[in-house]
Design a protein around this ligand. Structure first.
Ligand code: 5AD
Ligand code: SF4
Length: 436
């Protein structure tokens, strides 16, 4: 989402004479877009700010000004505190105020520091200009922001605010524009994307499934994905969409966090491990080739060896194509950070290693299962060497292909010849092969 937000900040600044540059030394303004989800985020921002300050001083010696802005959830969480600790920062702006960036730049030039961390009543998306810069073959599109779930470990409900869904017509219009600009794949974004409930063109409300069906009608939009989902918001309509919308890719990021009911309750996730297993089963009934990804937290307060064993058991039962796993990191202001039974770091580290060994093994096996098969690959990046392009499989695997440069941006049929834990390799079929 920060990638998408950064692009929108560039869009909002473009009419005011700003354009992205490659090197910070050339920048009249530097925006650090930050994430607060896990520990040390604020520390990283302050050390990066130290480097940017040096650049500013170098530029000042040549008589050039540099505006420094910090955006994103660290800015939201730190607020005034950031200007107290780093007074050379001109603008501190939270994720709900990006549309006011040009006005802040003007205000900072006139009056010095600006801090904007409110949640304005006007909807940011109504104020932002239309997205203008093309995103390439694979694009992001935010459909929903914020979260009302209040998992006890998580800062998102505090930094991103309450759940908000963009009007469906606005999303469809943005998607059409992205496709017209050459995007063949769109990933719908939201902190809680499957909780999407947006005002619909017919005056009613659309859920995510209905929105996906509307987007699937856009000619040229070959692939639709969405992330990140909460198991509790995975409704029948969405499961059905996986069965019968061909553009909806057979890969789903569905975080479970833990396999222990006791821990899931303490996390306030609102479901148990059996509910999640049952959900995965119905999804796989709907789309037998569906591959799953998840997020896991190890060492949540009170997690015992038995709780952790339940997580490992769930991982083995479900079988993941890919997953992210983290040590629990106490976040200021969240209920879990106040729990007395914090797990020692050494225990967290040891459990993380065991979990990651299992997850990597599953990921490698999943990748190897594709060797010898033919699959469509969306080519969206230059390859490691000439004659090669990098793309994505339907299951979001990175695929290195021997393919001519003019295939960039296209979906080509490819035969997979090799797999590693992190990627596939193969060659694009020439049309005769493909027809055979
Ligand atoms: N500690 C560790 N991991 C966390 N996540 C969110 N908050 C924390 C935390 N305090 C992880 C969750 C979430 C992902 C985006 O980040 O697994 O799904
Ligand atoms: Fe955070 Fe996701 Fe829980 Fe919301 S549902 S509080 S974003 S982990």
């Amino acid at each position: 989402m920060n990638v998408y937000d950064s692009a929108r900040m560039a869009d909002v600044l473009a009419p005011h004479g700003f354009a992205p540059v490659d090197a910070p030394d050339d920048a009249d303004m530097v925006i650090l877009n930050t994430c607060h989800i896990r520990e040390k985020a604020a520390e990283k921002v302050y050390s990066e700010l130290g480097r940017i300050r040096q650049i500013r001083e170098r530029r000042a010696a040549d008589g050039r000004k540099t505006v420094i802005a910090v955006a994103g959830c660290v800015a939201q969480a730190e607020g005034e505190e950031m200007r107290a600790r780093a007074p050379f920062v001109d603008i501190v702006l939270g994720p709900q105020t990006y549309h006011r960036l040009p006005e802040m730049v003007a205000r900072a030039a006139r009056a010095g520091g600006v801090v904007a961390t409110d949640f304005p009543v006007e909807a940011k998306f109504d104020e932002l200009p239309e997205a203008s810069a093309p995103q390439g073959p694979s694009a992001f599109l935010t459909v929903q922001e914020g979260c009302d779930k209040f998992c006890t470990f998580c800062v998102v409900p505090y930094t991103r605010g309450a759940e908000f869904s963009r009007p469906a017509a606005q999303i469809v219009a943005e998607a059409k524009k992205l496709v017209a600009q050459g995007s063949a794949e769109i990933t719908l974004l939201g902190q809680n994307v499957n909780a999407y409930r947006g005002p619909a063109p017919d005056g009613g409300t659309w859920g995510l499934a209905r929105l996906i069906r509307a987007l699937a009608e856009i000619r040229g939009l070959a692939r639709i994905r969405y992330t990140t989902s909460h198991p509790r918001d995975m409704d029948e309509a969405l499961i059905e969409a996986h069965a019968d919308v061909p553009a909806l890719m057979p890969f789903l990021h569905l975080p479970v966090q833990s396999g222990s009911d006791r821990i899931l309750t303490a996390m306030n996730r609102g479901h148990g491990a059996a509910d999640y297993r049952a959900l995965v089963e119905s999804l796989r009934r709907a789309r037998p080739d569906l591959a799953l990804s998840s997020d896991f937290i190890v060492g949540f307060p009170g997690e015992t060896e038995a709780d952790f064993a339940a997580t490992l058991a769930l991982v083995r039962d479900v079988g993941y194509a890919q997953a992210y796993s983290f040590k629990y990191s106490p976040r200021p202001g969240t209920p879990a950070s106040l729990a007395e039974d914090q797990v020692p770091d050494a225990v967290k580290t040891e459990r993380l290693h065991r979990l990651q060994a299992e997850l990597w093994d599953q990921q490698r096996r999943f990748n190897e299962s594709k060797v010898g098969s033919v699959m469509p690959v969306l080519l969206d990046k230059p390859g490691r060497r000439p004659g090669q392009l990098l793309g994505r499989s339907p299951w979001l695997q990175a695929v290195h292909l021997d393919a001519p440069a003019h295939d960039m941006g296209r979906i080509v049929e490819a035969r997979i010849g090799a797999a590693t834990v992190s990627s596939l390799a193969g060659r694009a079929l020439v049309r005769e092969d493909a027809a055979a």
